[in-house]
Design a protein around this ligand. Structure first.
Ligand code: HEC
Length: 128
């Protein structure tokens, strides 16, 4: 009984985070009329638009979602975007929305659409 309780406690933090990522991805997908594509999300991540202040998401986040990035202006380290490398990602909707707002403006010169956000989250969560 004691062992069972202990293993449940050890399992819990991981599953809570995973649930939360699934819930956030699902919330974004519903906001996008039920459409989310990891393939399109990867295209958005790697696209070089040159419209905004940064040319691409990869300018700060590197072309590897599992890698630590670096801010193009401040040079500050940015923890990996993919939950497989950084379990805290996509677990806080307010934080997700705040950075979509800021980063999409920087790269695209406009806010991301609901579809782009759903695609991007679907891609990041799928990265292994
Ligand atoms: C100018 C640098 C920069 C660029 C370009 C950039 N980001 Fe970011 N991004 C950041 C920083 C800084 C953070 C937050 C720091 C942290 O949480 O470690 C962040 C965090 C995020 C997060 C928060 C995820 C979470 O749950 O914590 C998302 C989503 C995100 N970026 C999406 C994008 C997308 C989409 C693009 C391309 C359209 C992009 N970023 C381009 C700097 C950038």
């Amino acid at each position: 009984m004691k062992t069972l309780l202990l293993s449940l406690m050890l399992l819990l933090p991981g599953s809570v985070l995973a649930d939360s990522q699934a819930a956030i991805a699902e919330q974004l997908r519903q906001a996008a009329n039920g459409q989310a594509s990891a393939t399109r999300g990867e295209q958005l991540f790697r696209a070089r638009t040159g419209v905004g202040e940064a040319a691409s998401c990869t300018d700060c986040h590197t072309d590897n979602p599992r890698a630590i990035g670096s801010h193009i202006r401040t040079r500050k380290a940015i923890e990996p975007l993919a939950p497989v490398a950084n379990p805290a990602r996509f677990t806080d909707m307010a934080k997700v929305e705040k950075w979509f707002r800021r980063n999409c403006q920087d790269v695209l010169g406009r806010a991301c659409t609901a579809g782009e956000k759903a695609d991007f989250a679907a891609y990041m969560i799928a990265v292994r």
